[in-house]
Ligand binder design. Structure first.
Ligand SMILES: [Zn+2]
Length: 140
């Protein structure tokens, strides 16, 4: 399960809407205990894939490192990645799976016509080698 506050989720949603029609991406910062991801912060990262920015993302490693620094300063770690799917459902793609790391939450924000549609969080099941949907709990 992923727990995220409404205020952080709203901020990420807005970034995803603003980035439309391109994919935006960033790191999720927080703690992970057993199977529970608790998101406390995030860091917006540059999508380096300019050629296919409409349907691919490649997180700028410099931004990732900056995210790691922010996490460390807060006594937290990077526990996941968010990215947007412009004009596509929030279903993880084969490419998403190919580049996914285990023990990380992948939040996908589906955006149509500049507007947020829905959010699904995914996690790699290492045994089955597939993405499984995990529950996202947004609290006030
Ligand atoms: Zn994707």
């Amino acid at each position: 399960m992923v727990e995220i506050s409404k205020s952080i989720n709203d901020k990420i949603m807005r970034i995803c809407e603003k980035g439309f029609p391109y994919e935006v991406c960033g790191v999720l910062i927080g703690t992970k205990n057993n199977n529970k991801y608790i998101i406390k912060d995030f860091y917006d990262c540059e999508n380096l894939n300019k050629a296919r920015a409409a349907d691919r993302y490649e997180l700028n490693p410099k931004d990732y490192m900056q995210g790691e620094k922010i996490a460390k300063d807060l006594g937290l770690s990077i526990i996941g990645i968010y990215h947007s799917h412009p004009s596509h459902p929030a279903i993880a793609s084969e490419t998403d799976k190919l580049y996914a790391w285990p023990e990380m939450a992948y939040m996908i924000y589906s955006i149509y016509e500049n507007k947020f549609k829905n959010l699904i969080t995914w996690e790699i099941d290492e045994i089955k080698d597939e993405f499984i949907e995990i529950e996202t709990k947004i609290y006030e």
